[in-house]
Write a protein that binds this ligand. Sequence first.
Ligand SMILES: [Zn+2]
Length: 271
Amino acid sequence: MPELPEVEVTRLSFSDRIRGAKVTAVRLGKPLRWSLGCDPRSIVAQTVGEVTRRGKYLWLELDRGGLLMHLGMSGSLAFGPGSDAPGPHDHFDLVTAKGTLRLTDPRRFGAVVWSASADSGAAAKLLGRLGIEPFDAAFDGAHLHAALRRRRVAVKTALLGGDIVVGAGNIYACEALFEAGIDPRTRSDRISRPRADRLALAVRSTLARAVELGGSTLRNFRDSHGAAGAFQAQARVYGRAGEDCVRCGASVRRIVQGGRATFFCPGCQRR
Ligand SMILES: [Zn+2]
């Protein structure tokens, strides 16, 4: 499933190239998770502006509004020259004078939704409940500590929720907690301010590293899920149950929290 770093790597892969391109056609395939919400012909002749990211959503600005895009479980976006006929899993094409932006999504949990602006209409509804961006300067230990104090669930579960901070998906939450030396089972409201400081830094640096790795391993624009793979190969606890901890030598453990696998080191991650 594409996580925040993969979405950011995808954005970086085409945002500069598509800026200023005039839309010449819109092609729709099979229905996606949500409908487009406008007549596709109304998008033609509009010009693409900035492509920005919020959580795992991309916002592609157009003259009279924009398109909110989500990759769902299995989607990928590719921007390339020309406009080959869509394949069986290609369900949205934004054909422009500079090339075609294509959403390929075998499971069709992804979506492309028209909205009059990023902070009104359909976009506001979908983005409204998201937590703060991990790379936002306002995301720091004080912010995280205040949010965690209101939760009684395990800190890892709180991170995965996405309503405190976006982007800490399963791999990244496990790795950030390892980085910060915090046991993933620790109750959120028992995390001290100094530990929240360390955790906020760890979340940010873990995600930044994943974006960097994704960018460096992105071979072509069809392979935008390379980020998770490259990151996982370098993960220090995720997927490493039974292996020796790189920091203290204890055996890495796997447990299940809220139906998701958690990996941690019982030696150097404390409650
Ligand atoms: Zn350890």
